[in-house]
Design a binder for this molecule. Structure first.
Ligand code: GTP
Ligand code: MG
Length: 192
């Protein structure tokens, strides 16, 4: 269980980022997939990170400090070019700059349990792999699917992201339940 979680700061310019004094865990995922919700979920707080029904709300890098041990970074989502101020090109430039500057220990790649991996998720995953070796897959909003849908998404995700150890790096979560929460927290610590 996470004992403490606090908001540190939002960065709008990569140049403003200090060299991190603690390990960094980065949230990757399309807009509206549940990145901000994940921060609240994992830290057992309802209003720590701002969630939104309007996609593309997070245009900054929001830093949270968990258990005084590591930073969890809420990052801009991709895939909602229509409503977002952030085009894919801008997203790419912004994060390329970021990853060239900051050493990230772990990426949590969030995808929708029902939708599974999309083309954009595959592009984003390839992009991130150039910078970070450690990726854990988090399938969000699992309350919206049944067991057979879950099996289908599980299989498809494994097929698409053929990491040998994927079985142990893939979790279904829902903000409506604590199922798998401790496993995810434990997994994060394995990489720090
Ligand atoms: P951006 O900041 O726009 O990139 O989105 P985000 O990835 O931070 O998504 P956010 O956490 O704001 O969640 C988007 C919507 O999905 C909100 O309306 C949440 O309440 C909802 N949501 C998030 N997690 C879950 C979940 O586990 N189950 C259900 N049913 N809804 C969820
Ligand atoms: Mg958000």
């Amino acid at each position: 269980m996470i004992k403490s979680a606090k908001y540190i700061k939002s960065y709008y310019q990569i140049e403003d980022l200090p060299t991190p004094d603690k390990p960094v865990v980065f949230l990757l995922g399309r807009s509206n997939v549940g990145k901000s919700s994940f921060i609240n979920y994992i830290s057992n707080q309802h209003h720590l990170a701002r969630t939104s029904s309007v996609p593309g709300k997070t245009i900054a890098l929001n830093y949270y400090l968990l258990d005084n041990n590591y930073y969890l970074v809420d990052a801009p989502g991709y895939g909602y070019a229509k409503h977002s101020k952030l085009t894919l090109q801008k997203w790419d430039n912004f994060l390329t700059k970021y990853f060239n500057r900051i050493t990230v220990n772990l990426v949590l790649h969030l995808m929708d349990s029902k939708v599974g991996p999309t083309d954009k998720d595959i592009i984003a995953n390839n992009f991130i792999k150039e910078f970070v070796q450690n990726v854990v897959f988090i399938m969000t909003k699992a309350d919206k699917i049944n067991q057979s849908e879950m099996s289908a998404t599980f299989k498809r995700t494994k097929d698409v992201f053929s990491d040998a150890i994927l079985n142990e790096n893939l979790f279904f979560i829902s903000t409506k339940s604590n199922k798998n929460k401790d496993k995810v927290i434990k997994k994060i610590y394995e990489y720090l």
